[in-house]
Design a protein. Structure first.
Length: 147
């Protein structure tokens, strides 16, 4: 490559490597520099909406509501929860939301909590839990997410 072409192309390659775009010189609200494409993203979504989980948080504060911290520590309860979780994860027909539901076993009674995408998923997860040996009862508190 001759020297003239090298001298001409060098500034262009440096500019490209530096990631120059219209975000250059702008900063985020946290004071850090904006990254390429961030300005366009902000223009398309000018005001992010905060998640409102107030109702769910209030429900979970109810002393009668079971949380994963209430999981039974005996071997039978742990084994039941483990087998249900493995069966739920292995079911490819379930959504990611369904695979992430809370499974709490205390005294061989299984409580299912969390959002699922459909009534079918709600019924399928309950059927999985009922089919596990040792389960005495299933309290199906799964909620069909309408979003």
């Amino acid at each position: 490559m001759n020297t003239a072409k090298f001298v001409l192309l060098l500034p262009l390659s440096i500019a490209a490597a530096a990631g120059c775009d219209r975000a250059e010189g702008t900063t985020r609200s946290d004071g850090n520099p904006a990254v390429p494409g961030e300005i366009a993203q902000r223009a398309n979504n000018p005001t992010p909406t905060a998640a409102d989980n107030t109702g769910k948080n209030d429900r979970d504060r109810d002393p009668a509501a079971l949380t994963p911290g209430d999981q039974g520590e005996n071997e039978a309860d742990r084994t039941i929860t483990q087998k249900i979780r493995q069966a739920v994860i292995a079911n490819d027909a379930l959504s990611m939301s369904a695979k992430n539901v809370k499974i709490i076993t205390t005294g061989q009674v299984v409580t299912l909590r969390g959002p699922v995408k459909s009534d079918k998923e709600k019924a399928d997860i309950a059927a999985i839990a009922v089919a596990i040996p040792g389960v005495q009862r299933v309290d199906n508190q799964l909620e069909v997410d309408v979003d």
